[in-house]
Design a protein around this ligand. Sequence first.
Ligand code: HEC
Ligand code: HEC
Ligand code: HEC
Ligand code: HEC
Ligand code: HEC
Length: 498
Amino acid sequence: MTETPGSTKTFRRRRALLGYLSVIAVTAVATALIVSLLANIAKRKAEGERVAFSVVDLDETIDDPAVWGRNFPRQYDGYLRTVDIERTRHGGSEAFQKIDEFPVWRDLFAGYAFGIDYREERGHAYMLSDQRETERVKVVRQPGACLHCHASIIPAYRKAGLERGAPGELTDPFDSDTARQQLMKGFEAVCAMTYDDATTLVEHPVSCVDCHDPVSMRLRVTRPGFLNGIQALAESNDPVPHFPSIERWRVGDRSEPYDPNAMASRHEMRSMSCGQCHVEYYFKGSGKLLVYPWHNGLKMEQLEEYYETAGTDGAPFKDWTHTLTGAPMLKAQHPEFELWSQGIHARAGVSCADCHMPYMREGAIKITDHHIRSPLLNAARACGTCHGASETEMIARAQVIQDRTANLMKRGEDATFDLLSAIVDAVKGGATDARLADARRMHRRAQWRLDFIAAENSMGFHADQEAARILGEAIDYARQGEVMMAHLNAARGIDLPP
Ligand code: HEC
Ligand code: HEC
Ligand code: HEC
Ligand code: HEC
Ligand code: HEC
């Protein structure tokens, strides 16, 4: 029997065929949809990974961050936001006058430029203008060495080196031998210039080229003071468990000096790039060469020990002579890198950038926040990556440490001021230099410790117990000196207060 159209069987077959066709059609459409969705996801992902849209070719000569910003608009945007001003309980970026807020420091700095103008620091955007405008530069003659940490200065150093006969071209890669010779020769020359002459060589605050390789964007350190300092540290015996590449270099054959750009891990660089400037320093000799005093290690008393023989002919180095006590004094400067090195976070491998430049999402893209500032303005991201507690709780934990440090510091200020007054009284009473020598030594020691924590900008947070230890020693030395003066005055028949 032949099949006739319209028969039930034919109808069923047709229906089956139609069914197949529609399944195929639906499948095709669905497949097309899935494929296009996958393609879309892949595209988004690629966009996410492609943080850079290369618009300009960058090289070693470009210190203008706006030019880099054309390739990396998101990071540049964060960088620009360092102009923001916001105060926190113990920090932030409002440039208030510290010696008005804490007047005891006028006396503690008597005879030194810091007794004239000393402000709370603020964002990176201001570093060059703030330095040009401080009374410390206007009233006192300062050297070109000041600029090392306040400007994008690497191209200027290299130009100065080339002008003085260093080999090669300005475009030579930073790690080449010729570039290094240009850098070091220019660094020495600019340090020795007057501030007014040197500051005409630079235009921008710290910029992209100071922390990044212009071709690979790899993190790097460029500051000569840091390159020399970290080499000296590597050659010391001070344990640095937070810098495994130094520990490795020490047990190697040491045929080449330690070089962070070749040997440090990306993670170590996330702290070293900040250690280029957030460190204790002094100017060595008549050439005013900038030196980081890490030859014995990074701890407060290892820096002090270095200074004990860093003056002319191996005498103790001094930043100034205190006009009230006659003591040869040391001034501590922002030892963030050194104090952080003694803390639990460094020990646990937490870098400066982890807290001060946390990752952030922008759409599908994860970037490093270049708005460098107090992490307490941003605790959810700055602490939340590692700590489960709420933002309020994390701020509270930091503030407990800071309040304790501030209270102990106040006692340190009082104790040091009392010693200062006791020495002033003894001087008035006609005490000889020989009689005063021990108490002056106590003044130097006590105030170096007090200032180490006062000048450090985290109010103890970067290494809380270390900060308390240092302040404890400050108070002890100050009171020891005071007791010496009390004995001296008693021996001389001067009445003590009842
Ligand atoms: C575990 C997190 C953490 C790490 C790691 C860390 N910091 Fe901090 N830092 C803080 C906190 C919290 C403060 C206090 C901010 C405040 O009081 O507003 C602070 C304060 C500062 C300040 C002063 C900021 C201000 O607003 O006044 C500077 C400068 C600074 N840190 C630099 C560094 C450097 C350089 C390193 C690495 C050598 C480092 N920090 C490592 C958390 C961290
Ligand atoms: C080793 C790097 C380094 C050198 C060298 C350096 N500074 Fe700074 N300076 C910093 C850092 C880091 C800060 C921010 C932290 C702070 O204020 O404690 C700062 C802050 C400042 C500020 C703003 C806060 C304040 O103290 O009023 C001024 C002004 C300043 N420096 C002037 C100078 C002068 C003048 C010199 C030369 C005598 C100099 N700096 C040399 C790193 C440096
Ligand atoms: C070229 C030197 C230099 C480098 C490199 C540098 N800083 Fe600074 N930083 C400064 C100076 C100078 C200031 C103070 C500027 C002022 O007060 O005008 C400052 C200020 C700060 C502040 C205070 C900001 C505020 O809002 O109060 C923080 C936090 C900070 N730096 C953290 C870092 C971290 C983290 C790194 C590394 C990723 C770093 N800095 C690298 C020189 C430097
Ligand atoms: C004080 C040092 C410092 C300066 C100045 C700086 N950066 Fe960065 N930058 C960092 C650090 C730290 C990272 C994180 C790198 C890492 O972990 O490998 C980073 C990461 C980056 C990345 C990689 C992608 C990302 O977001 O993690 C880009 C791109 C970048 N920076 C661009 C810039 C540009 C553009 C400028 C100038 C406007 C600039 N940076 C200035 C320290 C700096
Ligand atoms: C990259 C991870 C990381 C980040 C970011 C981080 N921490 Fe921590 N924090 C740690 C680790 C690890 C420890 C040590 C805990 C341990 O091993 O027991 C620690 C310890 C602490 C402690 C105890 C300190 C002590 O002396 O015992 C406090 C307080 C603290 N963190 C506060 C903060 C605050 C506030 C922030 C943000 C500004 C922060 N942390 C950011 C990892 C981090």
